[in-house]
Design a binder for this molecule. Structure first.
Ligand code: MLT
Length: 201
């Protein structure tokens, strides 16, 4: 997968897996990773699917309606990519924390839903429920931050709550931060994510 890897300055710090939103690329979230922890390593990946030229991490049938077969396939592809990258770049595959926005948050959620050991934690910024009716893996050692907008027309508040309760039901510790905003990323949301990260890692 097309990506950027930046080795962190402090080997005890995690590797941030950066996952952009629809139409974005592997450069988008680099400043955000720096705001959260500028000593961590970074693996920033570009989605392998193109929707009319816009990179995404999996196909969708319509706005908010996911192609589940592709989602499962792409989630496995991303998991294998992370494992291979951990060998190539010599980082600990058990110390990876995702930072995903929108479509990137959805594939990060899908990694959590499908693989017990893919992520140690995740900052899911404007996520949806990636897939329903799955038996979720054990998540008792996983911490998740959710950034959500009360007026987000794409990731509706009730879906944010559903996602939080699915993750908690599987054992994850979840903190949800609400903004009086829509789907866009805000500085205060990133500051809250940084505080959550400081507390948990
Ligand atoms: C998705 O397709 O993953 C969500 O609708 C968010 C987005 O617009 O990318």
């Amino acid at each position: 997968m097309k990506h950027i890897f930046i080795k962190g300055t402090n080997p005890s710090k995690p590797t941030f897996l950066l996952l952009h939103g629809t139409g974005g690329n592997e450069h988008d979230l680099l400043p955000i990773a720096g705001m959260i922890d500028d000593e961590a390593s970074i693996l920033s990946v570009r989605g392998n699917v193109s929707e009319n030229g816009m990179p995404r991490f999996f196909k969708r049938l319509a706005e908010g309606v996911f192609d589940e077969e592709d989602l499962v396939f792409r989630t496995k592809e991303l998991k294998e990519f992370i494992d291979q990258a951990s060998t190539d770049y010599d980082f600990n595959p058990n110390h990876v924390i995702a930072i995903g926005y929108s479509n990137g948050a959805n594939i990060a959620g899908s990694l959590l839903f499908h693989y017990e050991d893919a992520l140690k934690g995740a900052m899911l910024l404007h996520p949806m429920v990636p897939i329903r009716n799955l038996d979720l893996p054990e998540m008792k050692n996983i911490s998740v931050f959710i950034g959500a907008g009360k007026n987000d027309p794409i990731c509706l508040p009730q879906e944010t709550e559903e996602l939080a309760s699915l993750l908690q039901g599987a054992g994850a510790t979840v903190e949800t931060h609400w903004e009086n905003n829509g789907h866009s990323l805000t500085r205060t949301e990133i500051e809250k994510a940084a505080e959550w990260y400081e507390k948990n890692f």
